[in-house]
Each structure stands twice: as C-alpha cells, then as structure tokens.
Design a protein around this ligand. Structure first.
Ligand code: KG4
Ligand code: ZN
Length: 369
C-alpha cells in the first residue's frame, strides 16, 4: 500500500521527483490518480547554462557542485509550491542515471535521505525512461508508442511497450544530435548551447549552398550518425577564407537541412520496424532539447502523417530535463509496486532496454546511454 491523499472520490498518490544527471537541477511534485491520470503540482528547474557557457559545454565537476548548492532549496520550493508536507508523499523518485556520476550521486543520495527519514518508498528512475513516459503525463496516451529522443546526450528511437518495457529500435553510432548542433555552433563562434543559435542563423540561410552528406540515408536499420556531417561542416569552414554572417547562415541552414533529411529517413525506417514488431503505434512522440527545433518539428509531423500516425510533443519545458518527468516515472513504477532499496546504485551508463536490439558493436559507444 502506498500513502496518499484523498481528494474527492479519487485516490491520488503524490511523488517527489529529483533530477541532477546533467546541467539542470530540478525538483517537482506530481499527483497520479488511481485511473492513471497525472497532474503536475510543482515543477522547479534551475539551469546551470551560465556556469558552463564560458567552457563551451558542461563541466562535470562544476555541475556536481552546483547541484549540491541548489538541490535542497529547489526541493523545498517544489514542496512549498505543491502545498504539501513530506508525510503526504507516496514516494520519492530520483534519476539514478544515466548521466554525469557526480550529479547523479547528489540527487540519488538526497532522495535516499528523504526516503529514510520519512519512511517513504524510494524509486530509482532511469532518466531515459522518464523522457519516454512523459507523454503519458501530458497526453495520457496508451502503449505502445514510438519515441524519438534527441538531446545533448541521447539520440534514440525507442518502442515504448509498457512501464519498464522498452525496445531500442535505433541509436546514434557516434555523436548525439544536440551535441552535433553544439559542435557546429562552436566551430562558427556561436555561444553554447548551440542548437537554438544554429536554428536561428539557419532562418536567414540558403540550405542548398553546401551539399552536406545525409548520413545513413537508405539503410535498413534505424541508426543515426552525426560525426561525418560535423566533419563535413568543419572542412567547408576550412575552405572559406573568412566567415561572413551570410556564410554562417548558409552553413547552418545546409547543416540543419542535412540533419532534417537524415532524421526523417531514420524515423521512417524506425516506424516501419515498429509496425513489424508491435503493429501501429498510438503516436510518434518526440522529446529532448532538439525537439524544440521548429524545423525538426515540421519534419517529424510529416513523417508521422506518412506513417499513418500522429505526432505528440510534450511542451518544451517537459521535453528538456525537469523534475516532473522523474516524479511521473516514479509514480508509474510505484503504481506497479516497482520500488527500490537503499542499495540502489547511481549509474553513469544505464541502457534503457537491458537486451539492446541494436548490433553489439554499438553497445560501448555513447549510444549506450
Ligand atoms: O534535453 P536537453 O535540454 O538536455 C540534455 O542534453 O539532456 O538538450 C539539450 C540539447 C543541446 O545540445 C542543445 O543544443 C539542443 O538540445 N537544442 C537544440 C535546440 N534547442 C536545444 N538543438 C537544435 N535546435 C534547437 N532549437
Ligand atoms: Zn534528458
């Protein structure tokens, strides 16, 4: 039995969620009805972007220290905003990986302390699972659905068949998609994080000026590759004597067009693989920071339509890293009795599907996230 609040006739379970795997410190409280409907009672996020910007990327040690400094205050704020005290919690969930290990330890240890002191069940959540289950919080969709997750650390196509039941249909064999956007931005002297900068510059650019490769296009698997494309951009920059604003815009537009076409092709194959194994998906769901890109949204809409399904995108604040997604994944697991002990380990790497379906040679790349 889980503790819970009784509101009207519906029994609700309240879960606190903690996220510290990368450069966002976040805490949130969600409520889950016994019929599976969810509600966000608070969702507090503090991004560390400014601390890392001068280094052009996330510095793990700085991230871990910032989590230590901020987390207690954020949890306090999330509890106050939700208007509850710890005794009302049915569970406390923390992202236990994959991610930067220092940050993961901070979040998981804090969750364990709360669980111990208040006698609350602990749920050690896989951060990727939390992204994967978010559309059930925002749109109450049923299983099975097809998830496209593209962020600074992950690029995956995943069949979401149930809570704890994920089959990875495709992954990047080298760089993550957001990472490629960030690296291209850096080459062009644009600030971190580069994705929004590249998207902005691309609006004024000629996408046909540079003929960049469309990686993996036409392959029968649903994997991605971004590093060759990034190298092609670097080579093109090397050929130009100086880079004008128009050159930057044209390079960004041409790079983004190549990413879009490659993504559309990879997702088309991914959705075909999905249908062969699970039948029609209830939706194509996009999550992760890259999904904030308007041009990519357009391309995904088109792919979903052609595959006879619909595109669902949680609002941007729930696509990027946040505490509500961790709390929600915790609530979904808790409802099925899937709780963890005090020996739950923080994990730098944690595959979403233990029996990865992609070829073994990719298992040790960062695709293993
Ligand atoms: O999901 P997220 O906030 O954090 C994690 O990496 O987990 O994703 C951040 C990534 C960064 O690489 C950023 O450059 C990219 O998402 N990104 C974008 C856009 N907005 C953020 N990439 C392309 N276009 C965008 N508009
Ligand atoms: Zn994430």
């Amino acid at each position: 039995m889980t503790k819970g609040l009784r509101l009207g006739n519906d029994s609700q379970t309240l879960v606190l969620g903690i996220e510290t795997t990368c450069d966002e410190t976040a805490a949130a409280v969600v409520a889950r009805d016994s019929d599976g409907k969810g509600k966000i009672l608070s969702n507090v996020v503090r991004s560390q972007t400014d601390e890392h910007a001068i280094y052009g990327g996330v510095v793990p040690e700085i991230a871990a220290r910032a989590h230590v400094d901020m987390l207690d205050h954020l949890i306090d704020a999330a509890m106050r905003e939700a208007g509850i005290d710890y005794a009302a919690l049915g569970g406390v969930a923390a992202a236990a990986g994959p991610g930067l290990i220092g940050g993961v330890i901070v979040g998981l240890t804090t969750a364990k302390a709360i669980a111990l002191v208040h006698g609350t069940p602990l749920i050690a959540v896989n951060h990727l699972e939390a992204h994967a289950l978010t559309p059930r919080l925002t749109d109450a969709i049923d299983f099975p659905y097809c998830l496209f997750l593209a962020s600074g650390g992950h690029t995956q196509i995943v069949a979401v068949a149930g809570v704890g039941d994920y089959i990875r249909l495709g992954t990047t064999v080298d760089d993550a998609m957001g990472e490629a956007f960030d690296k291209v931005a850096k080459m062009l002297g644009l600030p971190y994080p580069g994705g929004p900068q590249v998207e902005q510059a691309a609006r004024n650019g000629d996408a046909s000026r540079f003929a960049f490769p469309r990686p993996m296009q036409g392959r029968s698997d649903a994997n991605f590759s971004l590093s060759g494309l990034k190298t092609a951009v670097r080579n093109e920059i090397g050929r130009l004597e100086s880079i004008s604003a128009q050159d930057t815009a044209d390079l960004c537009a041409s790079f983004q067009a190549a990413v879009l076409e490659s993504t559309a092709d990879r997702l088309r194959v991914g959705l075909e693989l999905f249908k062969q194994r699970f039948g029609a998906p209830t939706a194509l769901v996009a999550a992760g920071g890259v999904a904030a890109n308007q041009a990519i949204r357009g391309a995904l809409d088109d792919v979903a339509g052609k595959a006879g399904t619909r595109l669902i995108m949680p609002p941007p604040a729930l696509c990027t890293d946040n505490g509500a997604m961790i709390a929600w994944a915790g609530a979904e697991r808790l409802a099925l009795g899937m709780t963890d002990g005090m020996d739950a380990a923080p994990r730098a790497r944690w595959l979403l599907d233990a029996n990865a379906q992609v070829p073994g040679k990719f298992a040790n790349t960062r695709a293993g996230f």
